[in-house]
Design a protein around this ligand. Structure first.
Ligand SMILES: Nc1ncnc2c1ncn2[C@@H]1O[C@H](COP(=O)(O)OP(=O)(O)OP(=O)(O)O)[C@@H](O)[C@H]1O
Length: 229
């Protein structure tokens, strides 16, 4: 599902003439197989978000190759990547990234609008997906009128609505209490088992890593596999 080959990334900082280079990833290779849940761990600043941003095309690099679902995404143009992302990758973030001025329904419907779906398809799919995450009765609530767990379920509904084969999650339980975290982890397992969705999850949390098939660690720009967090 994800195949990263000899990937490196440097950030270039500072004004022209006074630039410095910060190497973050050094010749990384790894695979995430279809149907796996893989936890990505590492200290703060080790490059976990950078790796996720490279896989999803929010940051581009010329050093190495990334394949997602048999497409060499490192060769895509910006607009091809935007389209590919919409079709193939769902996202879950620690702070949910819902649009505050839109209701739960409108937030979940948004990818369908971007994808050019008809009003009738949008209504059917949005209601079905809100039902799946148990939020149909909250459809007209704004994010500020939802609990943290309900906001996270809204963001999961949005990430699921175009049936992506892959979901990338950046500390998805970071803002949740332990009971809500357990609910979310069970839901991730259910999505993995019932829909076969592959997950790559950045986490600092052993509980999250425990639901995964394996943990990949980043340190000093390199990856190591196995072990606990
Ligand atoms: N746009 C950027 N420009 C310059 N440096 C950056 C940029 N983004 C990240 N960095 C640096 O790259 C390194 C890796 O950052 P990254 O956000 O990938 O770490 P992380 O492992 O996700 O950290 P955390 O667990 O704290 O979220 C850090 O030293 C960070 O300061």
């Amino acid at each position: 599902m994800i195949n990263v080959k000899n990937l490196s990334h440097d950030f270039v900082m500072g004004k022209r003439g006074q630039q410095s280079t910060l190497p973050v990833l050094r010749n990384i290779s790894f695979e995430v197989n279809k149907g796996e849940i893989v936890a990505l761990a590492g200290r703060s600043g080790s490059g976990k978000s950078t790796l996720l941003n490279l896989i999803s095309g929010f940051i581009r690099t010329t050093q190495g190759e990334i394949w997602v679902n048999d497409t060499k995404v490192t060769d895509l143009t910006e607009s091809e990547f935007a389209d590919f992302r919409l079709q193939h990758i769902g996202f879950i973030f620690q702070n949910f990234q819902l649009i505050p001025s839109m209701t739960a329904y409108q937030n979940v419907e948004l990818p369908l609008i971007l994808n050019g779906e008809s009003a009738s398809v949008r209504k059917k799919r949005t209601e079905e997906t809100l039902q799946k995450v148990g939020l149909l009765e909250y459809r007209d609530h704004y994010p500020s009128e939802l609990s943290g767990g309900q906001q996270q379920r809204t963001s999961i509904a949005r990430s699921l609505i175009l049936n992506p084969p892959l979901i990338l999650a950046d500390e998805p339980t970071g803002s949740l209490d332990s009971e809500t975290e357990q609910e979310l982890l069970q839901f991730i397992l259910q999505l993995n088992k019932e829909l076969g969705i592959t997950f790559l999850i950045i986490t600092h949390d052993d509980e999250v890593a425990r639901i995964g098939n394996r943990t990949v660690h980043i340190a000093d720009g390199s990856l190591t596999q196995g072990g606990t967090i």
